[in-house]
Design a protein around this ligand. Structure first.
Ligand code: FPP
Length: 261
C-alpha cells in the first residue's frame, strides 16, 4: 500500500463520517434495478470497514438510512433496505470480530421493524468487546430530530431541577446527542457529487473537513478512502483561528489587487 505509506501517521483522522450516495445511479447506469445498486453498496460498506480496521481508524460513521429515506421512498425499497441490513449483519459479524470491529447505531432505531432491531442488538452484543474500529450505522437518522430529542432530554433535566436554564452549555448538548460516545468527525466524505449535508450530523460537523467525490458509493474502495485522507492531510485545520504563521490582517496594508478581490 504505497499510498498508505505516504500518509502522515501523526495526522491521521480519528473519525471519518460518510454519506453513502449513488446506489441508484450506479444501477441506472447499468440498466439494473435500484435494488442491485443497494446490494453493491452493502458490499462497499464491508470493504471500507475493513480498510478502516487495517489502518487503525478508531471511528467510522456511515449514513445508512435516513428518516427521510424511511418516509419518502417506496415501501418496497424501504423493505429491501431493511432486509439488506439484516443480511449484512448476519453475514458480516464474524468478519467484524476477525477485524476487531465493534458495531453501534444512532438514530430513532426504536421505530425500525422488530426483526431488524433484534439482529442489530445481536450484532452489537456480539462485537461489544472489540477495541479496534467502532462502526456506527446511522439508521432512521435525521440530525434535526436528534437535536429535538436532545432538547427534550435537557428540558426534562431542567424540569427535574437537575439543571438551571442559564447553565446549559455545549457539553450539555453533546452529552444528550446520540453521538455522545464518539468524538466529532474530522473528515466527512460524500459520494456521487451532490454538495449537500442532507441532515447528517449537523451539530457534530461544525469544524469537520468536507470532501465530495463524484465516485458512486458502490464503486468506493479502500484506496479512495486513503486518497481522501491524503487530501485531508493536505488541508490545514483552523478551528476558527488564523492560519499558522500568518499575522492578524491589517486591511490597510493589503495590496490594492487583494482589496479589489
Ligand atoms: C443512497 O443511494 C444510499 C442509501 C439509501 C443509503 C446507503 C445504503 C446502503 C449502502 C445499502 C445498505 C447498507 C448497509 C449498512 C447494509 P440512492 O438510492 O440515494 O442513490 P441515488 O441518489 O443515485 O438514487
Amino acid at each position: 500500500m504505497a499510498l498508505y505509506r505516504r500518509l502522515d501517521p501523526e495526522r491521521m483522522p480519528h473519525h471519518v463520517a460518510i454519506i453513502m450516495d449513488g446506489n441508484g445511479r450506479w444501477a441506472g447506469k447499468r440498466s439494473l434495478k435500484r435494488f442491485l445498486g443497494h446490494q453493491k453498496g452493502a458490499d462497499a460498506v464491508q470493504y471500507i470497514v475493513e480498510t478502516c480496521s487495517r489502518i487503525g481508524l478508531p471511528w467510522l460513521t456511515l449514513y445508512a438510512f435516513s428518516l427521510e429515506n424511511n418516509l419518502k421512498r417506496p415501501r418496497t425499497e424501504v423493505n429491501f433496505l431493511m432486509m439488506l441490513l439484516r443480511t449484512y449483519l448476519n453475514n458480516n459479524v464474524q468478519r467484524m470480530n476477525d477485524n476487531n470491529v465493534r458495531i453501534r447505531y444512532i438514530g430513532r432505531t426504536e421505530e425500525l421493524p422488530g426483526e431488524v432491531r433484534e439482529r442489530m442488538q445481536w450484532a452489537e452484543e456480539a462485537t461489544v468487546r472489540n477495541t479496534g474500529t467502532t462502526l456506527t450505522l446511522a439508521l432512521n437518522y435525521g440530525s434535526r430530530s436528534e437535536i429535538v430529542d436532545a432538547v427534550r432530554r435537557i428540558a426534562a433535566e431542567v424540569k427535574a431541577g437537575k439543571l438551571q436554564p442559564g447553565d446549559i452549555n455545549e457539553q450539555d448538548i453533546d452529552r444528550n446527542l446520540y453521538t455522545a460516545y464518539m468524538p466529532d468527525p474530522d473528515l466527512l466524505i460524500r459520494t456521487s457529487g451532490e454538495m449537500r449535508i442532507s441532515n447528517y450530523l449537523l451539530w457534530q460537523i461544525a469544524y469537520t473537513e468536507i470532501l465530495v467525490t463524484d465516485r458512486l458509493w458502490p464503486d468506493y474502495r479502500g484506496i479512495h478512502l486513503l486518497e481522501a485522507i491524503e487530501e485531508y492531510q493536505r488541508r490545514e485545520r483552523r478551528f476558527g483561528g488564523l492560519n499558522t504563521g500568518t499575522e492578524s490582517d491589517d486591511v490597510s496594508s493589503l495590496p490594492d489587487r487583494q482589496l479589489v478581490l
